[in-house]
Write a protein that binds this ligand. Structure first.
Ligand SMILES: [Zn+2]
Length: 338
């Protein structure tokens, strides 16, 4: 009888282990990619509502989440995934920077889970979130209606870039419009302004800030043992980054620093996973924006002429092409400040 009971316990244990191993996350919002044992990238799916990419890092004792998506509902999906994977309890959520798509899921994490950011990022969230949310309440439903009308009227090739652009932006405005009913700003409560280590028995975890770059203040998360880097929006893959909230010289310094690390896998803030090469490509893009602005300036062109400048061939297929003009104008305005 005793042996029989033991056998049943064993079967239950084995089947629950198998359950954890066989768990396959299926979601329209993000793809779960195992990068190393206990390290995952949650990569935004085209047409989904995650918008940014997120990291899950289990150091063997505690789990850290790197960025929290655009909405509480997708962040809740993330919490459920961590539970189903059978990882260590979530102890920290990192906000790489203050932009809405990286912080709006903060509120789903219980109060004993600490939110980490730089001191400046916390100030920016506190200052800007109420203003941004009020503005979004105005424009998000309007933009959603616009993309809805394009979506409903479209009867062309569903693989055409024009259609894919609609599929890309519509969920962004839809997520904003939906989440405004429930979103509550949860501010960071632990600050990392230089480097803080969150090492555990399975791996070393480095959270590093070097100040401004993509915004006035950014953080990255580096796993030296796994050679994996989570960059936040300091790196976009095959997407135009948004430069005007940051600093071009400091962004270049950040990219040089990241390039000096041993890295096999880069998890960018937006776009697909990449190798170290996507850091170099990002630096090339920023240099090219800077050079185009300098050329305009040397030719005596005014800032309005930026609208006539074409996107260079190598970036023509990149997403978020609306950011190109803002980036060029920003770089031009910085020349005039010198
Ligand atoms: Zn951003």
């Amino acid at each position: 009888m005793r042996h029989f009971k033991f056998a049943i316990v064993l079967i239950v244990l084995i089947s629950s282990c198998n359950e954890k191993h066989s768990f396959e996350h299926s979601s329209v919002n993000f793809e779960l990619v195992e990068l190393s044992k206990g390290v995952y990238g949650c990569i935004h799916k085209f047409g989904g509502k995650a918008i940014c990419n997120v990291g899950i890092i289990d150091n063997g004792e505690e789990t850290l989440i790197f960025d929290s998506f655009l909405s509480p509902s997708v962040a809740q999906e993330l919490v459920d995934v961590v539970e189903k994977l059978g990882l260590s309890p979530i102890k920290y959520v990192v906000n790489s920077h203050s932009h809405n798509d990286h912080i709006r899921g903060n509120q789903v994490f219980s109060p004993d889970i600490k939110i980490i950011s730089t001191t400046r990022t916390a100030e920016l969230i506190k200052e800007w979130e109420p203003i941004d949310i009020e503005d979004e309440k105005e424009y998000a439903p309007q933009r959603l209606a616009y993309y809805d009308s394009l979506y409903n009227a479209y009867n062309g090739d569903t693989t055409a870039r024009e259609y894919l652009q609609i599929l890309m932006w519509r969920p962004y405005y839809e997520t904003l419009a939906e989440s405004h009913k429930v979103v509550k700003t949860r501010l960071p409560d632990v600050f990392v302004d230089n480097q803080q280590n969150y090492d555990g028995p399975e791996r070393r975890v480095r959270i590093i800030s070097r100040g401004q770059g993509h915004t006035e203040s950014d953080l990255i998360l580096y796993l030296p043992d796994d050679q994996i880097l989570f960059t936040g929006d300091l790196v976009f893959n095959a997407c135009h980054p948004y430069i005007p909230h940051g600093s071009i010289p400091d962004w270049k310094d950040w990219l040089n620093f990241m390039d000096s690390l041993n890295i096999n896998v880069v998890v960018p803030g937006h776009g697909q996973l990449g190798s170290k090469e996507i850091i170099t490509t990002m630096r090339g893009y920023i240099l090219s924006i800077e050079n185009l602005a300098a050329e305009m300036h040397n030719q005596g062109l005014t800032i309005e002429n930026a609208e006539k400048i074409e996107i260079p061939d190598q970036y023509k297929d990149w997403w978020f092409d609306r950011f190109f003009l803002s980036n060029l104008k920003f770089a031009y305005s910085k020349i005039n400040e010198k």
